[in-house]
Design a protein around this ligand. Structure first.
Ligand SMILES: [Fe+2]
Ligand SMILES: [Fe+2]
Length: 277
């Protein structure tokens, strides 16, 4: 099995030809099958793919890790390329999602398109709440059990209920892609709102494999306090990951701490980063 992963959108870029944009998107090529994982916040996904000479229009499948704008905001730009995408997501990704700031009204951070707009554009929407095998050995996790005591969604997230009430958003829609590679699991997550350790443990549980060759994605440790950082590092020492490519909502200080604790296992992912396993 050959898996190539390239980050198309991340907060930072170190090449002048590429655009950094707050969010995440990666193009995965799994034995020739290409799947776009998340779409960034605006249109950098399309511009960066063009700059990297990647033909996005030839891709059909898009996995959405969760309904936040920094992972779904590129959808209108994708629809401008063509309508016939196939989106794989948890139905809660369509919820009206908000974040509560210190003061003032909650701020909308949800998807820029509705389910109806996607189908009117000609796209197919495939929803899952539990695990689903997209291709042999390629799993979408569905809802990730929250097992650890120290991991949270990482923010004060809310959903507006149909009755107009504010409710806590537990981000049940948060899911990861898990590739059962002979060298070990490849786990790709958007923000890991379920928790980095919960995500890794569920990937192991789902596949029955213990070795994780690669984790790629956000970790949402940017809001983690010392206790969560310490417990996460301990868990990563107990059940190591060969390569931990962190980006987006990991935050500079959490990434620096992971690097100090874990050494070169920790790699900073940025726009254009590419790896082949
Ligand atoms: Fe998020
Ligand atoms: Fe995010």
């Amino acid at each position: 099995m050959r898996v190539a992963l390239q980050i198309l959108v991340e907060n930072t870029a170190s090449l002048a030809s590429l655009t950094g944009e707050y969010g995440f998107s990666a193009l995965l090529t799994i034995d020739g099958w290409r799947v776009l994982f998340d779409t960034g916040a605006h249109d950098a996904v399309v511009r960066n793919a063009a700059a990297l000479k990647l033909d996005l229009a030839a891709v059909q499948d898009v996995v959405i890790s969760h309904g936040h704008f920094d992972h779904t905001g590129g959808i209108p730009a994708l629809l401008a390329l063509k309508g016939s995408w196939r989106f794989h997501l948890h139905p809660d990704a369509f919820q009206s999602k908000y974040v509560e700031k210190e003061e003032g009204r909650p701020v909308f951070i949800g998807m820029p398109v509705t389910r109806r707009q996607l189908s009117e554009a000609g796209a197919t929407v495939v929803e899952n709440t539990g695990p689903r095998e997209l291709a042999p050995g390629v799993w979408l996790t569905g809802e990730i059990p929250r097992v650890t005591s120290y991991e949270t969604t990482g923010g004060r997230f809310l959903v507006a209920s149909p009755a107009g009430q504010w409710e806590e958003d537990t981000l049940r829609d948060d899911q990861a892609l898990v590739i059962d590679h002979p060298e070990g699991l490849v786990v790709v997550s958007g923000c890991a709102h379920s928790g980095l350790v919960n995500t890794l443990e569920y990937a192991r549980h789902l596949t029955g494999r213990t070795r994780v060759r690669l984790y790629l994605g956000g970790t949402h440790l940017m809001t983690a306090g010392p206790e969560r950082m310490r417990a996460s590092v301990e868990a990563l020492r107990r059940h190591p990951v060969d390569t931990l490519v962190v980006c987006h909502c990991t935050g500079f200080y959490a990434a620096a701490e992971l690097y100090r604790e874990l050494g070169p296992v920790l790699v900073k992912g940025e726009t254009g980063f590419r790896m082949v396993i």
